[in-house]
Structure formats: C-alpha cells, structure tokens
Design a binder for this molecule. Structure first.
Ligand SMILES: *Cc1c(COP(=O)(O)O)cnc(C)c1O
Length: 233
C-alpha cells in the first residue's frame, strides 16, 4: 500500500519536472518518516528510496540504530544546541540551521568527531511569527559568518512555506526562495556551494518543483496521515 502511495508521488514528481522542463534526477524526493514505525520505512526502502527525513534528533538516532543500511538521514526539524552532539556525525544534511549560535555549536561538535557537516540555512519566507528560520534579509550576512566555520559546508537553503488553501498560493513564496537562492549564489561566498533548495511538502511539492526545488520533503502523501497526538512532533 505504501508502495502505491510512493508510486503516485513519484508520478507527480515526474510530471512536475516535465512541466518545468527539468530532469527528474535533479530533484531528490525525501521521504519524511517522522512518527512512523521502522517497518513503514523498510517498505519504502524496499522501493529504492534512500533519502529519509526526520524532525527529531532522538527519533532519527533511534531509527538509525535499527536500520543499519546506508541511508541518507536528513534532519529537517528545528535543532536545539544541546542535541547537536548526537547528530553531527550522523545526519547526511541538516536542513535547519537558523542562527550563528547553532552553527558554532555544530562547528564545535564536528571538530570533536573530525567530520565536516553539510547544512542548509532555513528561511522564514512568509515572515510568520510562529516559524523557525531567519528573515530573508539576514540570509547573506548569516551565511558569510557560517562560511568562516571550517567544519560547516553551506549547501543551500530550506523553507517551510506558510499554510495555504491552494498549492498555487505558495508559488510566490517558492519564487522568492529561488530568487534568494540565486542572490546568495551570486554573492560567491568562499566555501559556500549553493546546490540545494529544499522546499515543498505534501500540500505543495509540485509547485515547489516548478519553482526550482532540488529537494522536496514529502511525508503524508507517502506514509499516510500522522495521528493527532503525533502531529506536532
Ligand atoms: C513533517 C514535515 C514535512 C512533511 O510534511 P507532509 O505535509 O506530511 O508532507 C516536511 N518538512 C518538514 C520540516 C516537516 O517537519
């Protein structure tokens, strides 16, 4: 059953790529498995998916212990500084760096483990008070500071678009993200390689792809709804 969900998502990803004149291989589909049991992840792994997204450090570490196959574990949720040490050598990509203090903590822990940590900078593109991420005006100044930390490699930007009724209403936010992405790229900050634009979830991933997302984070459309109690995890 999950396989059918995945096939449907895959079909929609392909169609969006085609509409946008983009190649399918330029978009990574991240299966967002938060709150879902290991068995469900295995079902999706068996379909050939290697990119999984989790938003809690503890849950990600627990699942990694159970699933030892080499997967790409993406940390997509807010990261607290006191959790960095558990994740710094495990995450394939941290999508949610949104302060210099957090970046410095990652630097410190990555140094200890002798690893280099690829990160995305999270942008609050809708300017919502409730959201993590930095205002877009702060992106270049923050990335300039992070670029001085040798153990972090900035690889792009991430956003969660504000909730909208119709996916089409998110297009403007995604377009702004694309423009910001290009602006950071053009700033040519040493050590910064702008490759990834992580945006688009179940409700809006097709529009995100049309507007240039290189990573979409899809949970519900693959794994089904999360139970209410687990929703905010
Ligand atoms: C939960 C989550 C997703 C996936 O959301 P769906 O609407 O279930 O696809 C994507 N990104 C982040 C940061 C999330 O926390």
């Amino acid at each position: 059953m999950l396989r059918e969900n995945l096939e449907e998502v895959e079909r929609r990803v392909r169609a969006a790529c085609e509409r946008a004149g983009r190649r399918r291989e330029d978009v990574t589909l991240i299966a967002v498995s938060k709150t879902k049991p290991v068995l469900a992840l295995r079902e999706i792994m068996d379909c050939g998916v290697v990119d999984f997204g989790e938003n809690k450090v503890q849950e990600l570490c627990g699942k990694m212990e159970e699933i030892t196959e080499p997967l790409h574990w993406h940390l997509i949720g807010h990261l607290q500084r006191n959790k960095v040490k558990y994740i710094v050598d495990k995450a394939y990509l941290i999508h949610s760096v949104d302060s210099l203090r957090l970046a410095k903590e990652i630097q410190k822990e990555a140094e200890k483990c002798d690893v280099v940590c690829p990160v995305l900078v999270e942008i609050n593109i809708g300017g919502e008070e409730s959201k993590d991420g930095i205002p877009k005006e702060e992106a270049i100044p923050l990335i300039q500071e992070i670029a001085k930390l040798p153990r972090l490699k900035v690889r792009g930007l991430m956003t969660i678009a504000p909730p909208v009724e119709e996916p089409e209403e998110a297009r403007g936010y995604f377009r702004e993200m694309r423009e910001l992405f290009m602006a950071v790229k053009e700033a040519q900050i040493p050590g910064v390689e702008m490759k990834e634009l992580s945006m688009g979830m179940t409700g809006d991933f097709e529009v995100a792809i049309e507007e240039g997302a290189t990573m979409v984070r899809v949970g519900t459309a693959i794994f089904g709804a999360r139970s209410y109690a687990e929703k905010d995890k």
